[in-house]
Design a protein around this ligand. Sequence first.
Ligand SMILES: [Zn+2]
Length: 78
Amino acid sequence: MTAAAVSADDETKEGVMAVDLAPELLEILACPNCHSSLAVDHEADELVCTNTACGLAYPVRDQIPVLLVDEARRPSEG
Ligand SMILES: [Zn+2]
């Protein structure tokens, strides 16, 4: 992964990643299933639980993380 370049302008560029959550926001978010912290998966546009034993991936819709276990994508098993 490359480091994200933060630009000061408000212009939206084509191809910009959909998930652009503030680090401060990410810090206060926690997995509703196991209360571990979450990490942004820019490729999948998801918030992924950092607890490998949990590993649920939550979708982000319109920049709003949907932190619902029912909405989460469960890790493939086996
Ligand atoms: Zn979790």
